[in-house]
Write a protein that binds this ligand. Sequence first.
Ligand code: EPS
Length: 401
Amino acid sequence: MRRIAFHTAGESHGRALTALIEGIPAGLSLEMERDVDPELKRRQGGYGRGRRMQIESDRAELLSGVRLGETLGSPISMVVWNRDWDNWTVAMAHEPPEPGGNPKALRPHYLPRPGHADLVGAFKYDRRDVRDILERASARETAARVACAAVAKRLLAEFGVRIGSHIVSIGSVEAEVDELPEDVNSEADKNAVRCLDDDAATRMMVEIDEAKERGDTLGGIFEVVATGLPVGLGSYVSWDTKLDGRLAGAVMSIQAVKGVEVGLGFTGARRPGSNVHDPIVRAEEKFRAGGMGRASNRAGGLEGGVTTGEPVAVRGAMKPISTLMKPLPSVDLRDGSVGDAATERSDVCAVPAAGVVGEAMVALVLADAFLEKFGGDSIGEVRRNFDGYLNYLAERGFGER
Ligand code: EPS
């Protein structure tokens, strides 16, 4: 990232998660209850979540970077308290354990779960107790990403850019969606799997119930869609300026995501070019795209790593969660004996939440690319730069502002 930097800290059952975002211009209206907490709540939901989500009720507490409801241009830091911490003060204490205490109270794990960071992390960081790994590898961390991204979303919304997501598949159930609604989130958030096809949503929930009964878990695919972007964010000039690459890296960084597609993605590789590329047409109303439109959007809003002005569409494929209640074989790190992998309370399916996290990562990358092109120290300055560009597009293109 060039214009925005963000960091998260915190363990899943530690005291809190902290989130810090830098690079947001001054003068952006920002309120935790209005802008950040609803996003945290959306991430917590979804059919297939475990009991942990009944304990937590995530809210962001602002620590810095905002005064009287507006950003100052300084780093914005927030804390999301873990309510579950009260149950983990011994196992997750910062102080060394009391001599002679019950070692079980420290809730150690020695049988790494296949698919989790447990084993690789234990070797890499030279830890014997896998809890030292899993606490940070946990997807609980994404709450802090979503808090940072809510700020990025607020910035983008100021300029008419909106980001939503919906669930394309869970397990073997695929949604059939012909046309996306104008406001993807308000439709997708209507059911507990965030799926735009009601019939598929019901079948997804049945499949989640069946997986739970078997002690198994399920993955799936989410799609993030960003609308209102002007033509020209990102660049083809160097490998690391390409916006598709930046988006793919960001979405792939989400826990358990194993594949990313832009637009048609892998499907496009199996079709002839005439059935992949989007014909260019005149579209006066698309003034953010210079009055040019596309007859289809199979490119997912990006050509040459640059936004076309059509919606940006990115899909993420999430593997099934690696904590299985009917565990796979593993090896005890203490003595090399064979056993079942550790089990602990977890989710059966977190794909609906992953869609919200996908929105977050896309928002952070797009806000970064937006400020790269229109950046300024204040919202007013960004607006002047943005308006100047739209005027330029109107003058040289075929659209009407
Ligand atoms: C997670 C395991 C579960 C999930 C957790 C991610 O938590 P616990 O071990 O406390 O039951 O609920 O997700 C969250 C807490 C969250 O906020 O998303 C894991 O191992 O990754």
